[in-house]
Ligand binder design. Structure first.
Ligand code: EPU
Length: 422
């Protein structure tokens, strides 16, 4: 198992190119099931989560590989084993995004029910309700969702909001299934995340008829067939936000390339109120901090609110603020595994229900810490860059799920991170 040894504190400088979005790539790869033939996606990052979904698509009967220029090719000419195996789904919850497209393509599917994970229970009731509204018959048998469409899928008006707002992958599943349903589907309270807009744009390129893209009301006119397509995924806004936090926590200036600032207004707003500057330029932006970190209150929300996927990294940043901050988690109220680990690094965080009170400290101190989920691990790396001494982050396989070579991107900027196998 790999660990990171991070020497701190460091100052960073220079420029970094961001990768394509993991959370746009995953449902888009699943979307290729809808269009028999070879599609190709540019900008898909090389991450272990992408490898897991590739393996799952291959089990279904597809061929997945990289072309010479690095594009991910999915050949879905054959999809003859519509089973989402437990052994793969348990590795990555996002595997559930095959459910909608597989059902639309094959008419009968079995997909392992995903369990909970380090960030909470993560139910899929809304995915199932949406697909049932389109005419699917669904039951759970031996831990598997068995879904059938004896009469095919038919368009419907569907309200997809839940107690925690919209659902990203639930919207993706229903949207993908609806592209091939008979007639018109309206998804109300659809997720507005840029990754869903990107998926919808890709589906339209494949011949789907989706309007309202980017809004909470998606309208889908079903079509008979979709065709393979070439498409480039958007840059990863969560990787971008993590590098912005890296610049801010180390009192540095970084230029981010391949960054879409328009997808990140809530994050930019928080960075500015914390005392950082964020300047737009041709290919991205320049982020810098020179003065003290000012405290800030953050509430995570579905897009366009502040993303839950940056909550942990911003708690690490605010732990060095000149005063007290409150961070409230409204998307995954249990997503706080990093709090105890950051406290081991001399942060002063108090968790109270879905909120954390962050009492700013003057400095963080290195410690051995445990990565628990992807974003919590990124927060520990950020803390390690700013802390005095050598921080050891255990279980970095969590980071590899969602950050492409994070140490190889940070080290040329001035970080001192070594990866060791232990
Ligand atoms: N929810 C329900 N019922 C459902 C689905 C969701 O109650 O059927 C609840 C969830 O429990 C949660 C809220 O709705 O409280 C939002 O969950 P959502 O379904 O939007 O999450 P997701 O689609 O499973 C995606 C990202 C996550 C990201 C969330 C929220 C992918 C592959 N995953 O998950 O990304 O945190 O949206 O933005 O797109 C990550 O990249 O580290 C990550 C966890």
């Amino acid at each position: 198992m790999d660990v990171f040894r991070i020497e701190g504190p460091v100052q960073l400088s220079g420029s970094v190119a961001l990768s394509g979005s993991k959370n746009a790539s995953l449902p888009m790869m699943a979307a290729m099931i809808l269009a028999p033939g070879e599609s190709s996606l540019a900008g898909v990052p090389r991450l272990s989560d992408i490898a897991v979904l590739s393996e799952l698509l291959e089990q279904l009967g597809c061929r997945v590989d990289r072309s010479a220029n690095g594009d991910l090719r999915v050949d879905s000419t054959t999809v003859d084993n519509p089973v989402g195996d437990y052994e793969i789904v348990r590795k990555m919850r996002a595997s559930i995004c095959i459910l909608g497209p597989l059902l639309a393509r094959c008419g009968r599917v079995e997909v392992s029910m995903p369990g909970g994970c380090a960030i909470g229970d993560r139910p899929i009731n809304l995915h199932l309700r949406g697909l049932q509204a389109l005419g699917a018959r669904i039951r759970v048998e031996n831990g598997y969702i068995v879904a059938e469409t004896p009469k095919g899928l038919t368009g419907k008006e569907i309200f997809l909001g839940g107690s925690f707002g919209s659902t990203v992958l639930g919207t993706a599943n229903v949207l993908m299934a609806a592209t091939l349903a008979k007639g018109r589907t309206v998804i109300e309270s659809a997720a507005c995340e840029p990754e869903i807009a990107d998926l919808a744009n890709c589906l339209n390129k494949m011949g789907a008829k989706i309007s309202g893209i980017g809004s909470p009301r998606l309208i889908i006119e079903g079509v008979k067939v979709l065709r393979p397509a070439q498409y480039r995924v958007i840059p990863d806004r969560i990787e971008a936000g993590t590098f912005m936090a890296a610049a801010a926590i180390t009192k540095s200036e970084l230029k981010l390339r391949n960054c879409r600032l328009d997808d990140m207004m809530a994050v930019v707003d928080k960075l500015r109120s914390i005392g950082a500057t964020v300047e737009r330029d041709a290919d991205g932006c320049v982020v810098a901090r020179s003065g003290a970190i000012k405290p800030a209150d953050i509430t995570t929300q579905p897009y366009p609110g502040f993303p839950t996927d940056l909550q942990a990294q911003f708690i690490a940043l605010l732990s060095l603020a000149d005063g007290n901050s409150v961070v409230i988690e409204k998307v995954f109220p249990d997503r706080f595994m990093h709090v105890a680990e950051l406290n081991r690094m001399a942060a002063n965080l108090l968790k109270e229900g879905p909120a954390v009170i962050v009492a700013g400290v003057k400095k963080l101190m290195a410690a051995p810490v445990m990565a628990s989920d992807l974003r919590a691990s990124a927060a520990l790396v950020l803390a390690g860059l700013a802390a005095e001494g050598t921080t050891t982050v255990n279980r970095v396989y969590h980071i590899d799920r969602g950050y492409e070579r994070i140490e190889e991107k940070l080290n040329p900027l001035g970080a001192k991170i070594t990866r060791e196998s232990v």
